[in-house]
Design a protein around this ligand. Structure first.
Ligand SMILES: Nc1ncnc2c1ncn2[C@@H]1O[C@H](COP(=O)(O)OP(=O)(O)O)[C@@H](O)[C@H]1O
Ligand SMILES: [Mg+2]
Length: 153
């Protein structure tokens, strides 16, 4: 079931990420889309807090993939923005998706062909208010249906 929520501040977005991060399991794949500045990386900072990752989460734009290994589960944070012109096949994304870590992909429309059967898509939308965002959760598969039902409200 698709669920839409209004985040009134940056803190609310981080807090929802933290709540979800606490419940993530090995092998989970989350794909985030939305314009630049929509809040994808901010949400990922929350996920990292929920995973008890002590490091500062930085936008992976120039590295494509950043790995964090000091939390409850490994976090693989990817930014596919620069793959607009192809190249997703060469990254070995399946190895990340099949691993015992959590994969979070920003700009996932560029890696659509590589996605597993079960994943959580989250669409980030700006609003007329510069401090508010609309997040649309679109779960694929039972595990993510449950997660959204229980954690997003
Ligand atoms: N409600 C909100 N949720 C998330 N970010 C917000 C919100 N309101 C303002 N912001 C700001 O918007 C920016 C989002 O940037 P970022 O998370 O890097 O976006 P993206 O990764 O989608 O390009 C940050 O500067 C953040 O402080
Ligand atoms: Mg970003």
């Amino acid at each position: 079931m698709v669920k839409k929520v209004l985040m009134n501040s940056r803190e609310e977005t981080i807090n929802l990420g933290t709540k979800i991060g606490r419940k993530l399991q090995a092998g989970d794949v989350l794909v985030l889309d939305g314009d630049l500045g929509a809040g994808k990386t901010t949400f990922t900072k929350g996920l990292a807090l929920g995973l008890k990752i002590p490091d500062l989460i930085k936008s992976p734009t120039f590295t494509i993939i950043r790995e964090y290994h000091d939390g409850r589960l490994p976090l693989y944070h990817m930014d596919a923005y620069r793959l607009e012109n192809g190249g997703a096949e060469d990254l070995g994304l399946e190895e990340y998706f099949d691993s015992d870590g959590v994969s979070v992909v920003e700009w996932a429309q560029f890696v659509e062909d590589e996605l597993p059967a079960e994943f959580l898509a989250i669409h980030f939308r700006r609003t007329d208010d510069e401090n508010k965002r609309v997040l649309i959760f679109e779960p694929h598969g039972h595990h993510f249906e449950q997660l959204v039902k229980e954690q997003v409200n």
